[in-house]
Design a protein around this ligand. Structure first.
Ligand SMILES: [Cu+2]
Length: 526
């Protein structure tokens, strides 16, 4: 056994929560596989997965659940929906309701037990989840069925739906883009048709354009190679797409893409591409690329890679502006990931019932990593205990912790345990406190935040609550606010005029001192 002195020192570092953070012992679990997670402005988390990647439940989907991060308790929402909301897209409306559209109309068939043909077929239904009543309401159907669509909220509060497999033959990727508003329902976005891979990673830019970042989730690229899908921006008003370029590493299936924190006064829009891999995860990549879309001729630039290659990778922006990355697995050379799974795991854990452990994948990456957008350097962080692979999720909680849930290495093998991470800032002494702040603010408005540490506050930020699935999170958004101190107990902060910087809706308001954030207050911006 090699035990160099340097290695031992490394291990000491690895144990210091003030440097690498720490994971809470696992106490909580869901009743059903949480394929979709959304943080509501009530501070609770909505989880659902419909049939949950189990074709036997297509006509009897599982109910959704609410998880309360304060008590750790789950509550099952006893409400049946007309369709299967497995593999929908989602985005928040300005009033805080979650719009959920698409899903599963029919499961795929396996030809020769491997090739999925015909593929999944998309559902055309759409629903709203109301956080105040904790109930679903069906709204107008979309014009198309969509399986694996991406939804994104615009600065005017409307929502775009892009991509997906259709309900009917030939089930190909949809070129048509639809737009939703609560008063007129769904319409086609004229002149904007475009082929995009499934669950395309999209970001709303400060100029109102929507950027497709080159990361995606698909097993159905035929007859196109991934090089047919360069990154591009959509001008929503004209429907015109402008092609930017291909990333250096195009194999970004199950990769993460995030809009880095938008920081005043310039609010430069930079997007980070993280990990992913070749179809099916035969090869996973550790490559990381960055693009600055506020440049006149934006181009992808490689930056420091992660320590680990990760196929399935989840990225969470923290209130200290760092990017926390978890989950995934290194590549494998088989089309059959099930070869790695013990037989015991295939029994007893079906339908999210049993309490058995999900068999471990030897290629799963448990160590987490942190990216600093200023230095563009990665730091290795505390390892989690469970695998987080296909159908996992991670999101920031209002108290600054990170919740990680789900994993579905094979149909009917469901990881139900929730793991919770405490970033280093929660292990470094007392936190600043928001004593008073408004619950409603409007664009361009200056508002007061009362805090006894006003003179020491270094950042004030809005972070939009996340809605996540399949390594995709179009809601993830950090908007720094311009602010000044007034007296010893008050900060005056300003909401930008530009609605495309912070599209209308609920946000978590954080103040930060010495890199340590407060607990957030929810504030409604409109
Ligand atoms: Cu899926």
């Amino acid at each position: 056994m090699k035990q160099a002195v340097g290695q031992r020192m490394d291990e000491v570092e690895q144990d210091d929560p003030a440097k690498v953070g720490m994971w809470e012992p696992i106490q909580y679990r869901f009743n059903y596989l949480p394929i979709h997670l959304a943080l509501l402005h009530t501070g609770k988390v909505l989880a659902f997965g419909g049939s949950g990647n189990d074709e036997d439940h297509l006509k009897t989907p599982h109910p959704s659940e609410i998880w309360d991060p304060h008590t750790g308790e789950t509550r099952i929402i006893d409400q049946e929906l007309a369709g299967d909301i497995f593999c929908v897209g989602h985005a928040f409306l300005p009033d805080g309701r979650l719009l959920v559209a698409g899903g599963t109309y029919k499961y795929d068939r396996k030809l020769f037990n491997r090739l999925a043909f015909p593929p999944f077929r998309g559902l055309n239904q759409a629903y709203l989840f109301d956080p105040s009543t904790e109930t679903w309401e069906r709204v107008e159907d979309m014009r198309n069925g969509r399986w694996y669509p991406t939804l994104i909220t615009l600065g005017d509060g409307r929502v775009l739906a892009m991509a997906g497999l259709t309900q009917h033959f030939p089930w190909a990727f949809l070129r048509e883009i639809e737009i939703y508003s609560s008063d007129i329902g769904w319409r086609k976005l004229e002149g904007a048709d475009r082929w995009l891979p499934l669950y395309p990673r999209l970001h709303l830019l400060p100029d109102g354009d929507v950027f497709y970042s080159g990361s995606y989730n698909t097993h159905y690229t035929f007859p196109y190679t991934i090089k047919s899908f360069p990154t591009a921006t959509l001008n929503v008003a004209t429907g015109k797409w402008t092609i930017i370029s291909l990333p250096h590493q195009c194999q970004r299936e199950e990769g993460a893409a995030i809009l880095l924190p938008l920081v005043p006064p310039e609010y430069r829009a930079k997007v980070l591409l993280i990990g992913g891999g070749t179809p099916g995860g035969i090869q996973a990549v550790s490559d990381v690329e960055i693009i600055d879309l506020s440049e006149s001729n934006p181009r992808w630039r490689s930056t420091q890679p992660m320590q680990h290659s990760r196929y399935y990778v989840y990225a969470v922006i923290l209130p200290d502006r760092q990017v926390f990355v978890i989950g995934g697995r290194k590549g494998h050379h088989s089309h059959h990931p099930s070869r790695n799974l013990g037989r015991e795991g295939k029994q007893g854990h079906a339908n999210g019932s049993g309490d058995h452990e999900v068999p471990r994948d030897p290629r799963a990456v448990h160590e987490t990593e942190l990216f600093n957008p200023d230095t563009e350097k990665w730091t290795r962080m505390a390892p989690m205990s469970l695998d987080r692979l296909y159908h996992s999720n991670a999101l920031l909680l209002p108290d600054g912790r990170v919740m990680v849930a789900g994993s579905n290495p094979e149909r009917r093998i469901n990881e139900l345990h929730i793991e919770i991470y405490h970033p280093p800032y929660l292990c470094r002494g007392p936190r600043p406190q928001i004593e008073e702040a408004p619950s409603e603010v409007s664009y361009g408005q200056e508002f007061e935040i009362e805090t006894s540490e006003a003179n020491d506050i270094e950042a004030v930020a809005l972070i939009r609550p996340s809605a996540t699935t399949h390594c995709l999170n179009t809601e993830e958004r950090y908007v720094g606010l311009v602010f000044s101190q007034r007296g010893s107990g008050k900060i005056i902060a300003k909401i930008p005029d530009n609605r495309n910087l912070a599209p209308p809706g609920y946000y978590m308001l954080f103040i930060v001192r010495d890199g340590i954030p407060s607990v957030a207050r929810f504030v409604h911006v409109d």
